[in-house]
Design a protein. Structure first.
Ligand SMILES: [Zn+2]
Length: 442
């Protein structure tokens, strides 16, 4: 049985959905002020694996993940670039979708944009206002956290510490330091919508509360996101949704760990910020995915050139072994069981990958090809597809030179070039369809 670590209880719990065979899952999607970075890759792959594994287990999964296409960061970025907000968000949304696809992430069943649900967000703020959770100050409508007795339950913090009284300078008129904006009044020139409180735009947290309610209904089975979203974003989502709708927001809260670059937290200010596209220049999406899967999702994971190289070598070796497998029509139950055992243990993907390797190295093991196919439904590593290996231009040029030599029947030169290619780390074979090049695995 699948066990998931639930942030709400800080425990690994057996997963039981509300409806027997269905799972309602909501994962906070990206804010499209910029192109996706490796932190997005890790989060996307984590929840893609969870979703795929639930499908593998036979659940009908309804997976919703939003696009935040209006917020302060977007307004700021559009201003910096002197670009229209719509064109900026459209461009970046496309970049997110393309890069997620490249790393094997399946498209969500529904992918709502925040700007399409402003009406629902206003309705939600109205309910909160009616129930007495809100107050208005000069820049917007705020949520008063001291009115919600469960505030802090997700991040396991004491509400008294989050209320006023702490020696932290708070915004002049805010009642508690963690009170947050539900509806932000717009300044001239900013995008705005009409509301009972005047022209403005939704706060970030209200977006997810309104969209998860509109598209899935409460409670959700699983709500997910990166660990950095746990507080305040998810805590605030709970405060809004549970106060307004009188129902639990989600039964299981799943958070993935953060990503380091060369053992240092990735951030723009540190200059070690890497986009998915940067990495895709040298490594395929499956290699990025293989690297992500080699760490359990809750643990901090590291990205570095050396680790990417290791992942590349392992992945290429894996592909080469699988490429030579013959289909005996069987499936290997023993290894499938071990694989499931690993996945059931809070998605222990490194262990699951180990089981795959173990099976491939086990000479007596029958049913290898079918078992790879079964496991790859979850891994999503394209293990059975022929890889379009990216060959460096230098090698391509040598291959062309050799072709010319062969046409001129200069066999000596052709052999010499083949040797040069080998020294540079690639094996060249002549096939009926032309030259085939494979990197020599280390
Ligand atoms: Zn969210």
């Amino acid at each position: 049985m699948l066990k998931l670590h639930n942030t709400l209880t800080k425990k690994e719990e057996p997963f039981k959905p509300i409806k027997k065979n269905e799972v309602k899952m909501y994962v906070c999607g990206p804010t499209v002020n910029d192109v996706p970075h490796l932190g997005h890759a890790r989060q996307q792959i984590t929840f893609d694996i969870l979703r795929r594994y639930l499908i593998y287990l036979g659940y009908k999964v309804n997976f919703v993940s939003n696009i935040t296409d209006i917020d302060d960061k977007i307004i700021k970025k559009a201003h910096e670039l002197k670009e229209d907000i719509k064109s900026l968000t459209k461009r970046n949304t496309l970049a997110h979708m393309q890069d997620y696809e490249a790393i094997g992430v399946l498209k969500p069943d529904k992918q709502p944009k925040a700007t399409e649900y402003v009406k629902e967000m206003i309705e939600l703020v109205k309910i909160l206002e009616k129930k007495g959770y809100t107050y208005v100050i000069d820049d917007g409508v705020y949520y008063e956290i001291s009115k919600f007795k469960d505030y802090g339950k997700l991040s396991h913090q004491n509400i008294e510490d989050l209320k006023q009284g702490a020696r932290i300078k708070i915004k002049e008129e805010k009642k508690n330091k963690e009170d947050f904006v539900l509806w932000k009044f717009s300044k001239p020139g900013e995008p705005s919508w009409d509301s009972p409180w005047g022209k403005g735009r939704p706060g970030w947290h209200i977006e997810c509360s309104a969209m998860s309610h509109a598209l899935l209904g409460l409670p959700l089975d699983i709500h997910g996101g990166g660990q950095d979203l746990m507080f305040p974003h998810h805590e605030d989502e709970i405060a809004q949704s549970e106060a307004a709708y009188g129902k639990k927001l989600a039964n299981y809260w799943v958070h993935n760990g953060m990503l380091n670059i060369d053992k240092v937290k990735m951030s723009k200010s540190l200059g070690n910020f890497k986009t998915i596209k940067d990495v895709l220049k040298d490594y395929s999406g499956s290699i990025i995915r293989y690297l992500v899967l080699s760490t359990q999702y809750r643990k901090p994971s590291d990205f570095s050139e050396a680790l990417l190289e290791d992942a590349k070598n392992s992945y290429m070796r894996l592909k080469n072994i699988i490429h030579d497998l013959k289909d005996d029509g069987k499936s290997n139950e023993k290894y499938i069981k071990e694989f499931e055992k690993a996945m059931d243990d809070d998605l222990n993907t490194p262990k699951a990958l180990q089981e795959l390797w173990k099976m491939l190295r086990d000479e007596k093991s029958p049913g290898k090809l079918q078992t790879v196919k079964t496991m790859d439904e979850v891994f999503g590593l394209n293990l059975l597809e022929k890889e379009n290996i990216q060959i460096p231009l230098e090698i391509e040029a040598l291959v062309n030179e050799r072709e010319t030599a062969r046409k001129n029947k200069d066999w000596k030169l052709a052999d010499k070039i083949r040797e040069t290619i080998k020294k540079k780390g690639y094996i060249l074979e002549d096939t009926d369809y032309g030259s085939k090049i494979t990197p020599i695995s280390k």
